[in-house]
Design a protein around this ligand. Sequence first.
Ligand code: ADP
Ligand code: MG
Length: 425
Amino acid sequence: MNNHSEQANKDHKKNLIAITSFDSLGLSEPLLKAIKYHGYTKPSAIQEKAIPLVMSGNDVMAAAQTGTGKTASFALPILELLSKKERLFNRQARVLILTPTRELASQILASLETYGKYVSIRTAVVFGGVNINPQKNKLKNGVDILVATPGRLLDLYRQKAIKFNDLDTFVLDEADRMLDMGFIHDIRKIISFLPKNRQTLLFSATFSNDIRKLAKTMIKNPTEVSVTPRNTAAATITQAIYNVKKSQKSAFLSHLVKQHAWEQVLVFTKTKHGANRLTDYLKQAGLKSMAIHGNKSQSARTKALADFKQNKIRILIATDIASRGLDIDQLPHVVNYDLPYVAEDYVHRIGRTGRAGACGEAISLVSADESTLLTAIQRLIKQDITVKTCKNFKFENDTTHYNHKRKFFRKKHNKKISNNTRYTK
Ligand code: ADP
Ligand code: MG
């Protein structure tokens, strides 16, 4: 193991293993019981730091790498605080949690239900792509915690289906992703509707300069907590590269899955079109596959994810929309069919495996024209990824010329993405 990965390993362990137990964080019995029931024995490092701060009413900015338990860091203290408060009615919400994608919103709701199993809390989730009326009905009598994506929340607010006069806490989850997806204007607008006197919590995988700039406009004197060295992948993830010609990637992927009898693989492609084409290919090769991306209806996306989680399909093919936040228990294999344009996305993609200290394998299929992207990724993670080869697959020579003219390092979007394309990244 080289120095970098040794350090990463130490850091990762530090991030996952905390000295304190949940009992000493000031959480009450019903929450402790739910956590125990769910199998958590110790808080993660970010939970150990953030929970007491949130519980005592501080504004908090927290950064920790993906998969380190940020959700519980805000969900648990929020549930605790709520259990001592009076209910609100008439379209009011006590807590608003804003998150970039529909999948993440559903996942946060599920976590709230898990952690809040033994307390009586009214939760609701709202996102676009589905009928707005049931959401309006759900909000009519008020909710304790509302989880929302920005666009739909704005629609509901404009239609007077939700009010924030008595809001206590505002959480911005996956703040870095929000900015990447161009939600900055929506976020600003939403903040302008919230009471000034509130608790604000910001969670992010990293603190970029943009995040700090945004934070300044919405938080007064936040306490910063951070447990992650920037842009490191969990040390429990084994990373490898195969050099494969573009035209052979599908055949090689199907070969890998069959040869190693992989049962659950998450594959990332760069484009929606690429995801569809690969899905068709793998299906024809006899491998149960489904694609998840922004052109799919919400019900198709939900179904694909559910089927994948229940092992009804073997391969889930996703664009980067699924690379952050998706939490699939025990996901052993992630494949980068294409390398991502933005090097940070590599870290997020492979972070879908090796969650909560479990082992995982991340494999990238790299064609000659992707060498610049690979260099950028290796520089970012400060690590050379092992190159592997496979004896019983006939690799053809990759003679693709590097396209130096192509602009590989697109700048992140600062502009708002139109409604139609918002979820299609
Ligand atoms: P993040 O938001 O930091 O990416 P999540 O909140 O989605 O991470 O949590 C990642 C995974 O870790 C989830 O499966 C969650 O159930 C699990 N987890 C969270 N906290 C703990 C803990 N204290 N002990 C064990 N597993 C945990
Ligand atoms: Mg998260």
